[in-house]
Design a protein around this ligand. Structure first.
Ligand SMILES: Cc1cc2nc3c(=O)[nH]c(=O)nc-3n(C[C@H](O)[C@H](O)[C@H](O)COP(=O)(O)OP(=O)(O)OC[C@H]3O[C@@H](n4cnc5c(N)ncnc54)[C@H](O)[C@@H]3O)c2cc1C
Length: 546
């Protein structure tokens, strides 16, 4: 399978040329740094680019007072990683190991330089992305979460971190490592989950939003009016983000949970053109995110758009934290959401045994455990195959008597052949048991139709999906299931504006959320790219008259 790690590891790394360095010198200034000094602290804004002329730097873990890894970044290299592109904050603390000299350039000027020097941009972006990949692979993380592994908050943070591709280290509060951290950073490990940054700072609010705000990905520019705001960062929204940036539009992506959407939870996408051995959805979408950033598109995560209203000739989007964003046009790319089950204490176990995605993170929690996958579609089949690598046994519960109509035959064949997967036809989940986390379930059905108990620690619910359109209110026309109507389906006025235009001028819809869409990664990506030409015409009406 294609992997970002492999791709980046084999990517030829070229140094910056003399011409590149001269160009940086024109927009920057030279600085000296004394030996053994904290030069950049984790949490500081990543608003400058540093090219090392002399001396060396090491990634430093202030919380533990030691280097995070043995590597020394020396002359001819540069400091930074993906956070520089996002306008986020430093994930790592950098400490000089000898007297050093650096060229420092402001971020805005550097991004402008990268836009006109594509060769230099390629070098920087590939190194930034490979550093983030190396952090993830080595789990050499500047962020530590101290808390019980089965705690719902801890799991939410771990899943959020993994899906947004920033590494965190989990430390059990009952260990010596937690005690040592507690002493150094002045907190009590038994006093509930805590987040510790490389600077030694302790965050008591162990939630995805608090961490996102602290590392700068929750960034929310409210002062500007964007040409286009893309709501949803799945494949369709990401593709729109790349094309909007490439066309020079001021674009913002607002994403509720994690870049990648449903595709980000797929361990292996085998039918996306160009990847004959498959690619993980998270890797594919990370590439799209970096590509969109390169073109200047901004991302704000995790923020949920809750309403959209006209205001002074443009659109005003309201977010769950009360903030407002102004846009001249809006692309709805909010996809679909898995349906929940009507069972006692179902919500209590969400995130603590009940999951809607089977990624590496959830797979780790299922190690050597009995797990249940509910659903008869391809996503359920893929999840079962993926979980069977780590789980003791995977039980697939299917309502009907066959999978022929709902699952691709190659997947049915793989499930049937796997020794540790059992498909239970005409079966359903009837009960959930456990205290803080799920410990067992009751299932009705199977050969004799009886109810039986299974000591399952995880249930993956994949039972069809409903469109994420509640936040649109009655703003645009939708079909009976709530999918957004576009083009001719939304009426003659929308048809005249374009294939992805909704009944409301200036609002467009693409991907799974759109009525009649194909519900595939490739079709979402196609729609996301095509909608930008319609948005462009909306923003530049005079172009129609030529
Ligand atoms: C496990 C699994 C495996 C799959 N495998 C394949 C495959 O192999 N091949 C294939 O072609 N397709 C596959 N699919 C289907 C494919 O992933 C989807 O068709 C595709 O992701 C749809 O993209 P999208 O951008 O339209 O929506 P989504 O991927 O659903 O993304 C929508 C995004 O919008 C965000 N959002 C929702 N509401 C709001 C809001 N109010 N404010 C802000 N953000 C919001 C969500 O958090 C989400 O990230 C799979 C799906 C799953 C679940």
């Amino acid at each position: 399978m294609e992997s970002l790690a492999e791709d980046l590891a084999t990517m030829v790394r070229r140094p910056l040329s003399e011409d590149h360095i001269a160009a940086i010198r024109r927009i920057g200034d030279e600085r000296t740094v004394a030996a053994d000094t904290i030069f950049l602290r984790a949490g500081a804004p990543a608003d400058e680019f540093f090219y090392v002329l002399d001396g060396g730097f090491q990634v430093w873990d202030e919380a533990r007072d030691r280097p995070l890894n043995p590597n020394i970044l020396g002359a001819g290299q540069f400091i930074g990683e993906i956070a520089f592109l996002t306008g986020g904050r430093m994930l790592d603390t950098m400490r000089s190991v000898s007297p050093a000299r650096v060229l420092a350039a402001p971020r805005d000027a550097m991004l402008r330089l990268m836009a006109i020097e594509p060769e230099m941009s390629d070098i920087l972006i590939s190194v930034f992305a490979s550093r983030r990949r190396a952090m993830l692979e080595r789990n050499a993380s500047a962020i530590t979460v101290v808390g019980p592994a089965d705690d719902r908050q801890v799991r939410a943070v771990a899943a959020f971190a993994a899906r947004n591709k920033f590494p965190v280290t989990l430390v059990d509060p009952a260990t010596d490592a937690a005690e040592m951290l507690g002493e150094r950073c002045a907190f009590n490990p038994a006093d509930g989950p805590k987040v510790i940054f490389a600077s030694g700072e302790v965050l008591a609010d162990c939630t995805p939003l608090a961490i996102a705000e602290r590392i700068g990905i929750a960034f929310m520019p409210t002062e500007a009016t964007f040409d286009v705001v893309i709501v949803g960062g799945g494949p369709a929204g990401l593709s729109a983000a790349v094309y909007a940036g490439a066309e020079g539009l001021r674009a913002l992506v607002v994403e509720d949970l994690a870049i990648g959407g449903q595709a980000g939870t797929s361990s292996r996408i085998e039918n996306y053109m160009g990847f004959p051995t498959g690619i993980s959805g998270a890797d594919l979408c990370f590439r799209g995110e970096v590509q969109a950033m390169k073109f200047g598109t901004t991302f704000a995560i995790p923020h949920r758009v809750t309403a959209i209203d006209p205001e002074g000739g443009h659109w005003c989007l309201r977010l769950d934290n009360g903030a407002k964003v102004q846009a001249l046009s809006v692309i709805v790319a909010t996809g679909v959401e898995y349906r929940r089950l009507q069972l006692d204490r179902f919500e209590a176990f969400e995130g603590a045994g009940i999951y809607y995605a089977a990624t590496q993170v959830e797979a780790r929690w299922c190690h050597e455990a009995e797990v249940v996958v509910i659903g008869g579609g391809n996503s359920a089949g893929q999840a079962a195959m993926f979980l069977s690598r780590t789980a003791k046994h995977v039980h697939v519960l299917v309502r009907g008597a066959s999978l022929a109509a709902s699952m691709s035959s190659y997947l049915v064949e793989r499930l049937t052949r796997a020794a540790n997967i059992t498909i239970h036809y005409r079966a359903q989940l009837t009960g959930l048991q456990g205290d803080a986390a799920l410990q067992a379930v009751t299932i009705k059905g199977g050969p004799d139709g009886q109810e039986w108990l299974l000591a399952a620690r995880a249930v993956f619910v994949m039972v069809g999906a409903a469109p994420n359109t509640g936040w649109l209110g009655c703003r645009v026309a939708v079909d009976k299931q709530g999918f957004v109507l576009t083009g001719a389906d939304a009426g003659p006025d929308a048809a005249a504006l374009g294939r992805y235009a909704t009944s409301c001028p200036g609002i467009y819809a693409v991907g799974d959320v759109r009525a009649g869409s194909v519900k595939r990664v490739a079709s979402g990506v196609g729609e996301g790219s095509m909608v930008i030409s319609e948005v462009w015409r909306h923003l530049n009406p005079q172009s129609l008259k030529v």
